[in-house]
Design a protein around this ligand. Structure first.
Ligand code: GAF
Length: 378
């Protein structure tokens, strides 16, 4: 299915935006903390043509129902949207909610294609949101910068799609740069681009998608967020970002065991992000392996968002010589990453696949990713 096949004419413009891998800094974004993601070389493309009325029509290559779904700019409310098309309509709604005047704007025909795997924890949803946000911002001449567009995407995800997520994924998709990670302070939205230098060091990042499906609109993600808010309140801070590693003994006295372990993950993870940035700058990527592994252990034992498949992928990669490995993204399924020597890639991928078969798990999808440029007009 193509734009031409759905709408009967050619699109005027194409915008694309990438998925992301988070190198380290998990669940720290909604605690006003630090994250270190990178945009990947898997992208979503939005082909678009302006219309003369106020209707937005949306279709996609992956929607088996085929025909476009329509919504007028005058009917935009979260209740009027459902399914994957709310990732597109939600952006128009969110732009308006964030103050854009759409009163004299006209709509678009939109067609979405993507090679970001869905449900793998690689932010296929943020890739749609960010490509569409950049396109609508340009075509409607709204003049928002990329950090504001990340907020628009997060607002849509939170209130139109209904997942209580942070700002990391949209920031990575909009601000990513080739061969670099995005160091983001989620309180101030200050960013620094940090060289990843994988190629110069003979390294690659392997994604090990467990194909265990997760959904952040329900369940564990929201529960973890609530635990963090409970911990911050009990400790009298605005957000867990304001708790230092040295404050943890006092926190342990004040909190129940489960809340304390959630807090400990966030506080130590923020520190690991800072340590990873310093290590990358001073020593290069080969020196960050133990930080990645410590992050995984903290998510497995303290934050309890891993699953046996993710633990097996990480353990097998490490046993077969990975420099470091950890689950990436929100957890409860999805993917782990391993930092590996280029020459060891095939052997580690094969070992993970063999270990999954031996454990009776679904065959994992193992592939290499590179740090790529963020959202752009193609
Ligand atoms: C998901 C969310 F969308 C992000 O905001 C972030 O919280 C992540 O899980 C965990 O670090 O990807």
């Amino acid at each position: 299915m193509t734009f031409q096949q759905v709408y009967g004419y050619e699109p005027a413009v194409r915008y694309s935006a990438p998925g992301r891998v988070n190198l380290i800094g998990e669940h720290t974004d909604y605690n006003d903390g630090y994250v270190l993601p990178f945009a990947i070389d898997r992208r979503t493309t939005a082909s678009i043509a302006p219309r003369t009325d106020r209707v937005i029509r949306v279709a996609s290559a992956f929607d088996e129902a085929g025909g476009p779904v329509s919504l007028s700019l005058d009917e935009l409310t979260p209740d009027a949207m459902d399914g994957w098309s709310s990732y597109v309509f939600g952006i128009a709604w969110s732009l308006r909610e964030q103050g854009a005047d759409l009163a004299d704007k006209t709509g678009f025909d939109v067609f979405i294609e993507s090679d970001v795997p869905v449900g793998a924890g690689l932010s296929s949803s943020a890739a749609i949101e960010c490509g569409v946000a950049l396109a609508f911002n340009d075509l409607w001449e709204l003049g928002l910068d990329r950090k504001s567009l990340a907020r628009v995407g997060q607002y849509s995800e939170n209130h139109a799609v209904g997942a209580p997520t942070g700002i990391m994924d949209q920031s990575a998709s909009l601000l990513g740069e080739q061969d670099a990670v995005v160091f983001l302070d989620c309180r101030t939205l200050d960013t620094a681009v940090v060289d990843l230098a994988l190629e110069a060091n003979g390294l690659e990042v392997l994604v090990m998608d467990t194909r265990v499906e997760h959904a952040h609109a329900t369940g564990g993600y929201a529960a973890r967020r609530a635990s963090c808010e409970k911990g911050a309140k009990a400790l009298g801070v605005e957000a867990l970002r304001d708790v230092a590693v040295d404050d943890l003994p006092r926190a342990q006295d004040l909190l129940d065991d489960e809340t304390f372990r959630r807090v400990r993950h966030i506080v130590t993870e923020d520190q690991r992000v800072l340590d990873t940035v310093r290590t990358l700058r001073e020593q290069g990527p080969r020196a960050i392996g133990s930080l990645l592994v410590a992050s995984h252990e903290s998510m497995r034992d303290d934050f309890e968002i891993s699953v046996p498949e993710l633990d097996l992928a990480v353990a097998t990669a490490m046993e077969h010589g990975a420099v470091g490995a950890r689950m990436t993204g929100g957890g409860f399924g999805g993917a782990a990453i391993a930092l590996v020597d280029r020459e060891a890639r095939e052997a580690i991928a094969a070992a993970v696949t063999t270990a999954f078969a031996a454990a009776g798990y679904r065959e994992p999808n193992v592939f290499t990713v590179h740090a790529a440029q963020g959202a752009r007009r193609d």
